[in-house]
Design a protein around this ligand. Structure first.
Ligand code: NAD
Length: 472
């Protein structure tokens, strides 16, 4: 049966519920309103928490195999509705349909990747006197707070590890992109018992209500560093477990020996996907001075050849930025670039009412400029020259962020040696922006606390428990 993508509900205890007041998001490609969604209150949250706590009693006692069956059924339903969800994702997020389909593809694969992992018990001592065993037990009710840039994958990337480890979960989408996440919960209601996976849409007050709520045991938050600090402060009151996946300002270091023609398109893609609104995009591009001019000119050529427009049009690579706030921030940054008379090369924009920012490459701005220091989260990329290895590593690490970083060189051992000095949660050699459900993902420094995904990520949804076992 086709997925209804015109009416949207909260999912509480596997029931589709509405709220007296509603709100809506905006299609960023044309600023037209998207459909109404619920505006949840503290009462709605209380009901969801009560249902989640009740469900936890039985769900936490199910076997991994039982959970796998439900999770795989969910992945199959996602696959069955992938095209409708991808179209909905383009309508709410703005990313081109091809990129929305890639996000759906990842969200379909990730559940099977997670369920191939296990958290075995570890026997720490096994003597005549006693057995000492460490194991991992679920936490209880988890709150999944999701941002607007990758709403499908990042929601699935929280829901599945939470429920696979025996927890129940309440998803809170960003108010900017509630649509796909509400539909994910509707599909989950067909696969999981009541109260195991729920979703509430709301305004700016819903996130703080969740972080304050005494009935929620863990918050998994993905979003900006500024909000992450607030979330952490709020969670401290109830000592909630917490994972923070925050902002980034990723450096990529291009050595002088690279094959420029081969590397430029790769770097172009992993700098500008999703109009650069991905935490792990290249946001500071350090290119060796010997190849700087050639690299810059070819990168500009590459970027200018990419189509800009509404993500529903064929072959579009650059969609709009997602919302008015992001649009204003990017405009302000472009204003600072021109006020500082920095050299910037922009692609021309089509005439449109959407939130389009011209893809821009800033030519060797000072390290202290805003475009180097801040996370633009818009298609504006600073290119910087380097000549000395130690110096470029110092500059690459001179950021409060430490999400990911990369080195590109034909000389693998040199690249490995340089990569070993980079301060980041993910470090790439000759690539950038890779992730997998079985690989932990997280940030150093102000880019986050803890990791999601991989075995480490599963542990983040558990308490460690040590059993001291004596025969009577
Ligand atoms: P945001 O911090 O504004 O919002 C993220 C989520 O938090 C939203 O659901 C929002 O409604 C909610 N929220 C807002 N205030 C809250 C509060 N006080 N308490 C609880 N919840 C609250 O982030 P955004 O603008 O949606 O996302 C962009 C940012 O996310 C960028 O900085 C990007 O780098 C980062 N990001 C990080 C990762 C990662 O894995 N490290 C992934 C994607 C995005």
């Amino acid at each position: 049966m086709a997925l209804n993508t015109t009416t949207f509900f909260n999912v509480i205890n596997n029931e589709l519920t509405s709220t007296p007041h509603t709100r809506h998001g905006i299609n960023p490609a044309n600023r037209q309103p998207n459909p109404e969604v619920p505006l949840s209150t503290a009462d709605d949250l209380d009901r969801a928490v009560a249902a989640a706590r009740a469900a936890f009693k039985t769900w936490s006692r199910t076997s991994l195999d039982e959970r796998r069956v439900a999770i795989h059924a969910f992945a199959d339903l996602l696959a069955a509705h992938a095209d409708e969800l991808a179209a909905l994702l383009t309508r709410e997020q703005g990313k081109p349909l091809a990129q929305a389909s890639v996000e759906l593809g990842m969200a379909i694969q990730w559940p099977r990747g997670f369920t191939s992992l296990t958290l075995p018990e570890t026997v720490l001592e096994d003597t005549q006197d006693r057995q000492v065993v460490q194991r991992y037990v679920p936490l209880g009710v988890c709150g999944a707070i999701v941002p607007w840039n990758f709403p499908v994958l990042l929601a699935v990337g929280k829901i599945i590890p939470a429920v696979y480890t025996g927890n129940t979960v309440i998803v809170k989408p960003s108010p900017f992109t509630p649509y796909c996440d509400l539909k994910l919960a509707e599909l989950a209601a067909k696969c999981f018992p009541p109260g195991v996976v729920q979703a509430l849409s709301g305004g700016d007050d819903l996130g703080p209500m969740m972080t304050e709520h005494p009935g929620i045991d863990k918050i998994s938050f993905t979003g900006s560093t500024v909000t992450g600090r607030r979330v952490m402060a709020s969670c401290a009151k109830t000592l909630k477990r917490l994972t923070l996946e925050l902002g980034g300002n990723d450096p990529a270091i291009i050595c002088e020996d690279v094959d420029v023609d081969a590397v430029v398109p790769k770097v172009g893609i992993v700098s500008f996907l999703c109009a650069s609104q991905i935490c792990m995009m290249i946001k500071r591009l350090y290119v060796h001075e010997k190849i700087y001019d050639e690299f810059r000119d070819k990168l500009i050529q590459f970027v200018q050849a990419m189509k800009i427009g509404d993500g529903t049009e064929p072959d579009v690579f650059f969609g709009p930025v997602q919302n008015a706030m992001q649009y204003d921030k990017a405009k302000n940054l472009l204003g600072a670039i021109s006020a500082d008379s920095l050299e910037a090369i922009s692609s021309p924009l089509p005439i449109s009412s959407g939130y389009f920012i011209p893809p821009t490459i800033v030519d060797n701005p000072p390290e202290s400029s805003r475009i180097v220091q801040e996370e633009p989260f818009a298609p504006i990329l600073p290119m910087l020259k380097w000549s000395d290895e130690a110096d470029v590593l110092t500059r690459a690490n001179a950021s409060e962020y430490g999400l990911s970083a990369s080195v590109w060189s034909k000389d693998f051992s040199r690249a490995r040696r340089m990569a070993d000095h980079l301060e980041a949660g993910s470090v790439f050699v000759n690539s950038h922006f890779e992730c997998a459900p079985w690989a932990p993902f997280g940030g150093h420094k102000m880019s986050g606390i803890g990791t999601e995904w991989g075995v480490n990520g599963l542990k983040a949804y558990c308490n460690s428990q040590t059993l001291w076992l004596h025969q009577a």
